[in-house]
Ligand binder design. Structure first.
Ligand code: SME
Length: 170
């Protein structure tokens, strides 16, 4: 790649190829700094999905923090509109993924009990926990979309692989 931005210039790839491109680009760009890694990763996700005409309106991360002994998720690097800064562990789609350590594939956010609407335009969502080798959930990946049913099992497979790679820097 001649320029860093070239990693985001994906066109004409299948969904599988695009998701593979996101993984290989993450690995090519990875540093020992999690802020840089998550920032570039949110850009790779944003541009990758848009290249597939999947209108994601938010791609980013929440990270675990301890608030006087209480676990919660704090807003991390992202692409998209302003979002809520803190999510309680176990609340909303993000908090559920964190508390259960299970990917949440939500085809219609209005049917998810307790969904937190940071943006009223969001229709579907996928949240993938980032889990350390010892089983601790340290962060989550969150993708929101303006269309219903935007994500499927293929997204689950690749985003869980991405989460595994990211877990190494957190
Ligand atoms: N919808 C999420 C909140 C995060 S924002 O969408 C960026 C949830 O229910 O946890």
């Amino acid at each position: 790649m001649e320029h860093h931005a070239d990693y985001t210039n994906v066109t004409g790839l299948s969904k599988k190829e695009t998701l593979e491109h996101i993984l290989t680009s993450y690995e090519a760009l990875v540093t020992d700094n999690w802020v840089s890694n998550l920032s570039n990763c949110s850009s790779l996700l944003w541009h990758g999905y848009h290249s597939l005409n999947i209108p994601v309106n938010w791609t980013g991360f929440y990270l675990k923090q301890d608030n006087n002994g209480k676990r919660e998720l704090v807003l991390g690097p992202f692409q998209g509109k302003v979002a809520c800064q803190v999510i309680q562990w176990g609340k909303g789609v993000c908090g559920t993924a964190a508390a259960t350590s299970k990917t949440q594939l939500v085809s219609n956010v209005n049917e998810f009990p307790g969904h937190i609407a940071c943006d009223g335009e969001t229709k579907s969502e996928i949240v993938v926990p980032i889990v350390k080798d010892d089983g601790e959930v340290v962060a989550i990946i969150d993708l929101d979309c303006l269309e219903l049913n935007a994500f499927d099992e293929e997204d689950v497979i690749y985003l869980e692989k991405l989460a595994k790679l990211i877990s190494k820097c957190l």
